[in-house]
Design a protein around this ligand. Sequence first.
Ligand code: TYD
Ligand code: MG
Length: 455
Amino acid sequence: MAKPAIRFVCAECGATHSKWSGRCDSCGAWNTISEEAPLSAGPGKKSLGAARGRTVPLGDLATEDAPPPRMISGMAELDRVLGDGLVEASAVMVGGDPGIGKSTLLLQAAASFARAGSKAIYISGEEATSQVRMRARRLGLADAPVKLGAETNLRNILTTLEAEAPEVAILDSIQTLWSDTVDSAPGSVSQVRACCHELTTFAKRSGTSVILVGHVTKEGQIAGPRVVEHMVDTVLYFEGERGHQFRILRAVKNRFGAADEIGVFEMTGGGLAEVGNPSALFLSGRDAPAPGAVVFAGIEGTRPVLCEVQALVAPSALANARRTVVGWDSSRLSMILAVLEARCGIPFIGLDVYLNIAGGLRISEPAADLAVAAALLSAREDVALPPDMAIFGEISLSGALRPVGQTENRLKEAAKLGFTKALAPAGSKTGTTAGLSVQQMPDLATVVGDMFGAG
Ligand code: TYD
Ligand code: MG
């Protein structure tokens, strides 16, 4: 049999190359390519062509299968993000920046599962058991029947899991695990890939649900990226701004539920507290009307979330004025500035623009366009909008406003929180929402003229 060729894999994008180079042709990153040992067939194994396999049973599409059994943790925010509980025999990856609170979240989840009657094992590769116990005591979880271990060798971990047969196994983190079948350092692409593959296979085979923790690189990808996202059933990101107490658990991929669903937590001295009504939390601390601050009625997953969009516009001392965005897409901001300039005659040349989504929330919906434009206008013209007005709508390059999905849910949430006015694109299906007067505008120029008297 021919010797399998050695491959070189980029740790950033996962592209494979036939030879080493300093820079990855595929993503342009430097010093990310490393050698990866080929997958060998192993001693005694024949090539696929030589031995016949067994016939795979085939069914038709109409066959009705029972829905997959799920375990409820009792942490409502976590259960919702997973799609109404953790599916048995599934593999879940929880990614996030170091220090964001992944270990805290999963220790609390382990305790919740254990208290709800599922057998839960927590294996830490990063901390000693004494450290984890200390944290558990501080979080008031010491009495939960969780089994705790500290190990990094995958072979030992799998042997333990086989023997214990838990319903939930939490492994913190995938980057610390190493498999002795792979000849490279823990945390390298080939190790992460091999360990993840072994563990997902174990989950399917044994019925244990495996939850893996993964640290994310600064580019926002799980280190040894992409190579594991496709292997697991569910990928959750735990995100939040450092210095803010809010943490958001976001489903970016879920074979058993809606992607883009979020769970909201608050980091407190006693661990992560669930936030059942995020809108109230993101809007807390608003009092007097302030120029540059508007409320966006957004949808996160299946849930409406109201949050504050803040803008600051100030004369720039720089040749290239600053554009700083936190919590939103910076190219989308450039687009809105361009539309304001080209379609409404409001230039931002020579002005620094800062845009912030309050509370550490990250928004990706185009429905926030109109709220962002309103915040920018309000900041630039120094005109405060009514504090009880909720805004949403997509802006097209022509300056026209386009209706967005789930209009009624957005309005209902706004009314529930005591808002009395809403600004929406013309043609929105508003339904009837008691106590809320909805202004519908056809384009951005009308908004500028009507609300800011400019343009
Ligand atoms: P941790 O779960 O260790 O983060 P990760 O596993 O993602 O690296 O959380 C670390 C941070 O959380 C740490 O900076 C302190 C903070 N924290 C609290 O504020 N309250 C708490 O009760 C706990 C346990 C941690
Ligand atoms: Mg940790």
